[in-house]
Design a protein around this ligand. Structure first.
Ligand code: 6GU
Length: 259
């Protein structure tokens, strides 16, 4: 996969030389190219922003600089263009999976109040453009969001993770334990500072281990992600699941209005 990133802070992307993503780059699974947006600014100050039309706080990134940058980076090709912004569509495991299947992604990192909207309009005529948010909070710029997305996408590429099962096992992976977060994990020693590993995990009884893990996943989902727990498909719950949820006084299904 080829991955281009345009930013006024290319230094932010140093972590892409490390760990899984760094190894994938060394092996050639990933071709990451980071570009300094200011190289396409022509004035002495290399200006990339200006005041917003209509007034208001902050600055907006100028369209001309972005246009030249994107034209040069794309050349005759057609990468999928991802614009990180808190007003974008949510970045989910499903979107990560979809993007992992693309041959070429271009991330355009905005700073300040964002990029002049005509840049997205212009490239929508030529490229698939997605404005994407990584969550309901505001970052100072898109750089950290791009690091998050590249890590989530990169680990899904064939051969990037050592153990293919660790992807299938993820909390938000399609299939296994769908819509449940993962429960706690343990390793040796069996007793640490007076805390025991749950004995069932040492029992060697695979059926009991699987049941215990599902119980813990359900408990954690109810405690930490009640909105996920509410959305569980009742048809996916067995008798044991239903009993546990009852013990937790948790009802599956939409909250109904008080009447
Ligand atoms: Cl993608 N960008 C910025 N600046 N803030 C965010 C975000 C993106 N996602 C959540 N907050």
């Amino acid at each position: 996969m080829r991955l281009d990133i345009i930013s006024i802070f290319p230094e932010y992307f140093a972590p892409l030389g490390v760990s899984l993503i760094g190894k994938a780059r060394e092996r050639g699974t990933l071709d990451v190219r980071v570009h300094q947006l200011r190289e396409w600014a022509h004035d002495v100050h290399r200006t990339v922003d200006d005041t917003p039309y209509g007034g208001g706080p902050g600055m907006v990134m100028k369209p001309e600089v972005w246009g030249e940058a994107i034209d040069e980076v794309t050349g005759d090709g057609a990468p999928r263009l991802i614009v990180p912004t808190p007003s974008g569509r949510p970045f989910t495991q499903e979107l990560a999976q979809e993007l992992a299947e693309e041959p070429w992604l271009l991330f355009a990192c905005g700073r300040y109040e964002g990029i002049d909207s005509r840049v997205m309009t212009e490239y929508r005529a030529r490229l698939r453009v997605d404005e994407v948010s990584i969550g309901d909070y505001v970052l100072a710029g898109g750089e950290v969001a791009v690091l998050v997305m590249v890590e989530a996408i990169g680990r899904l590429l064939p051969g990037v993770l050592g153990n293919a099962c660790s992807v299938a096992d993820d909390s938000f992976a399609p299939g296994a334990m769908r819509n449940l977060v993962e429960g706690p994990v343990f390793t040796k020693p069996p007793l640490w500072r007076g805390h025991e590993v749950p004995p069932v995990l040492l029992s060697g009884h695979h059926g009991k281990v699987a049941r215990w893990r599902r119980d813990e996943a359900l408990r954690r989902t109810v405690a930490n992600r009640p909105e996920l727990a509410s959305a569980l498909d009742p048809g996916s719950l067995d008798k044991h699941d239903r009993r546990l949820l009852e013990e937790l006084s948790f009802r599956v299904g939409p909250e109904h209005m008080a009447d």
